[in-house]
Design a protein around this ligand. Sequence first.
Ligand code: SF4
Length: 123
Amino acid sequence: MTELISKLEIKRIHHYVQKIQQVTQRIDIFCSALLLQAWRRMNYVFNRREIHSSLKRRQGNCLRCGRCCHASFKCQHLEYDDKGLSLCKVYDRKPLMCSLYPYNEKDYFFHLKPTCGYKYDDE
Ligand code: SF4
């Protein structure tokens, strides 16, 4: 009986540990996404020419997963069509920073880099 209780306790503790890991991972993603958004804007101000040059090396296509549009906060202009592909409600006049993503090999939300349709040569 005591053994059963301790097994149940261990299971419950394991469950809580998993929940804590999930929450900390979400916080980590959220904070790093916010930092990247600040960094990429500041970097653009100081390295505009270099960024437009590195964009010429960008390969691939946007897969319209929409994940970069809610890397931290969900963009208010993001919608999905009936096939589950992202749609930007202001596509024709979307912010420059959105069109430029990712503008070089460092300009990725770290959790999205493996699945993004855009790639750079030296990756
Ligand atoms: S993460 Fe990459 S593939 Fe997905 S919507 Fe953004 S740019 Fe497109």
